[in-house]
Write a protein that binds this ligand. Sequence first.
Ligand SMILES: [Zn+2]
Length: 483
Amino acid sequence: MPNVSNTNREPTIQIYNTMTRSKERFVPQTPGKVTMYVCGPTVYDLIHIGNARPLIFFDVVRRYLSVFYNVTYVVNFTDVDDKLIRRAEQTGRTVPELAEQNIADFMKDTEALKVSPATLHPRVTESMAEIISFIAELVERGLAYESGGDVYFRTSEFPEYGKLSHQNLEELQYGIRIGIDERKENPQDFVLWKAAKPGEIYWPSPWGEGRPGWHIECSAMARKYLGETIDIHGGGMDLVFPHHECEIAQTESLTGKPFAVYWMHNAFLNFNNEKMSKSIGNVVNARELAKRYKPEAIRMLMLSTHYRNPLNFSEDGLIQAQNGIDRVVNCRNNLKHLLKNVPAEAAGENRTESGGGSAPSPALDGIMEMFHAKMSDDFNTPDAITAVFELVSAANGLMAGTASDIAVLRRIDGMFKQMDEILGILPDETEELLDEEIDRLIAERTEARKAKNFARADEIRDLLAAQGILLEDTPQGIRWRRK
Ligand SMILES: [Zn+2]
């Protein structure tokens, strides 16, 4: 069980690790810090809702971990590859022009889904020196070989190849027709560097003009920005093999250390119970959907299914999700209305009488504990959303009753904010706390601390933090400013 309610103590987080096929306790390599790498898009087109699933899910993982840790989150852009080259040819643009446009569109479309930019979004074309030197190190150590201007990874040098997808080398060999490519020593060897075909974009290298293979990019960029071993490596399930398997082979054969401690993969997304595919013609891009539905509804539907289960995305589901959000919004509006209309003196009296509204707090504690218990159990977002609705029921019950203790109402309001900072399923509030209200809360916090009521003091601090209010201890007392 996690042990967090109002404070930001480190909880026991369990993560399902694809490598071990089991849930494991999450322990970052460096206390207080987390490094996270999620394979980003090949920027040849707009993102579709299938791409949006990992973007939204790992955004929530990052938000949740950020409550307790300093998270460095890297999502790369593959801005040169076959698809980009082909698309550029078809549209009469250069590869860099096409990539630039699609990266700008990606940032716009993900922002529309309330996905924050990663700490870093490195691009392949800006990491070429690191990619080439990574390949050169592999060649030097006999882990890769040049063949006709291409460079291949020598899988026979990495006996653990297949360990993430739980296949052994023999099984892998069996699956590949022998002799399909004479440039390779072994059919399962994979390309690290591709010789340029006439007219293609290229970079100079020790093996001639060419460009990197897809897998090596992630190994090189992860090492450049996050070091040899990252805490969490994520992506869609379709990346387990061959992409992540190849990343592991490249990095681990060179460093002798695990590439990632935890491997996380989200399951597929279907649209109206059908696999999305260009041939069926049911690919829905995120931009089109965001024109018709609110981002909160899209996030709510995405997060209503556990990330390791297939998700069925449908317009009915979006409507239901929006109905659910409306219930929460109504509840919050009633709460705000009550909070506004309770006179300040009454609030003051209540505070001294109730000592911070202790009467219904066990129920609220239970809801917050449930929320954290679910989030820290392998990011069980559907059950965490259930906790949000339990809070709605509890709040509606309290507001309908006579005992509308202002401290309790404020606490509920703060809880909605805390939960939503992680899930991002509620519309942004435009109302800010008034200056007098902030002064009053700070005074209440000072008194609570004097009375050794640290729970209440923490609650007020969190509530102010949620509103973007920063507190500073000065010799003249507490000062505050807006972020
Ligand atoms: Zn990758």
